[in-house]
Design a protein around this ligand. Structure first.
Ligand code: AHM
Ligand code: MG
Length: 333
């Protein structure tokens, strides 16, 4: 059995000039994840369900667990002394850590501390998503440009799924590996080495309730998924949890496509480029899948602001390309 910590150290040895800072950040993220997992698991028993009195920058009511997870990840990264700052989906602006070791640190971390907020109070899977970038500003307090890098610049990304079991899945651009938390020893253990996603799949994941607000290309792709065809094993099954982490995790393992498209009332969709789309796009690509906006690779987008949103088509390559064909065929409609 290989624990996450052992695995991180083994991988670090593959890079003779590695300083160990990235490994340290990954370990501190996994530590915060264990603490969040503990609270998620006893959520119904303690006063942690429900909403705080605050609204976040997206105009959404902040849940108590959102807030708790946000604070855990911030504190854990600050204490590491290895990270010069963070940007969180729950914070209005990035935070530049001003302690001496952090000012000299080379990395910034972006995260969505608890994704799938609408599922928190109803005992459905939720997750944490993170990205790690090397800073581009000189040593000292980090700057906004450190966080507005293209997804291609990610040094690492990953997610934690708090599901029927808790898993951490991450990449340092050298393949994708998954670790399951063994609660009896409190360690994440390697359970899914070298994840490669199927080239095609049998699931499509989209909030079909918004069909009237989709563009024609998306509506036609949904119809394609529902049609009968033995050669392509259609109709596909519709699976939509409403937690991006859980929907993508399933499709990674079984094959499938996850879509959050532009809507007539929300032209850039809902999901955030920096906190959700970029980390997941790197993960999908590392597993051999594809992640686009429908027209462009997500990782090539240059964020212009921290909380920017973008449409998302990600998953098995054959399915994403099929969806893109429909978007081209019905362009402008
Ligand atoms: P959140 O970060 O506020 O939780 O929102 C993101 C979540 C994703 O996990 C999920 O894919 C999506 O919102 C679901 O949205 P909708 O209910 O509009 O389908
Ligand atoms: Mg989110």
């Amino acid at each position: 059995m290989i624990t996450l910590d052992e695995f991180i150290i083994q991988r670090q040895r593959d890079f003779p000039f590695a300083t160990g800072d990235l490994s340290g950040i990954l370990r501190n993220i996994s530590l915060a994840a264990k603490v969040v997992n503990r609270e998620v698991n006893k959520a119904g028993l303690v006063e942690i369900l429900g909403e705080t009195e605050d609204e976040n920058i997206h105009g959404e009511q902040v849940k108590k667990l959102d807030d708790y997870a946000n604070r855990q990840f911030i504190d854990s990264l600050r204490i590491s002394g290895l990270c010069c700052g963070i940007a969180s989906e729950e914070e209005d602006d990035f935070l530049a850590f001003d302690e001496k070791p952090n000012l000299q640190a080379n990395y910034v971390v972006t995260f969505d501390p608890l994704d799938g907020s609408s599922n928190i109070d109803v005992n459905v899977s939720i997750g944490t998503i993170f990205s790690i970038y090397r800073r581009v500003s000189p040593l000292g307090p980090c700057k906004e440009i450190d966080f507005l890098q293209c997804g291609t610049e990610q040094v690492a990304s990953g997610y934690i799924i708090y599901g029927s079991s808790t898993m951490m899945v991450y990449t340092t651009r050298n393949g994708l590996n998954g670790f399951t938390l063994d609660p009896s020893i409190g360690e994440f253990c390697l359970s899914h080495p070298n994840i490669i996603m199927p080239k095609t799949g049998k699931y499509y994941s989209i909030n079909q309730g918004y069909m009237a607000n989709f563009k024609k290309g998306v509506r036609e792709f949904v119809k394609y998924c529902q049609e009968k065809d033995e050669a392509t094993k259609r109709p596909f099954g519709l699976r939509y949890i409403g937690s991006m982490v859980a929907d993508i995790h399933r499709n990674l393992i079984t094959g499938g496509i996850f879509i959050y498209p532009s809507l007539s009332n929300h032209p850039k969709g809902k999901l955030r480029l920096v906190y959700e789309c970029n980390p997941m796009a790197l993960i999908i690509e590392q597993a051999g899948g594809k992640a686009t906006t429908g027209t462009m690779n997500i990782l090539d987008l240059k964020p212009t602001e921290l909380h920017e949103r973008c449409p998302v088509f990600m998953g098995s390559t054959a399915l994403v390309e099929k969806a893109e064909d429909f978007l081209v065929a019905y362009k402008g409609q």
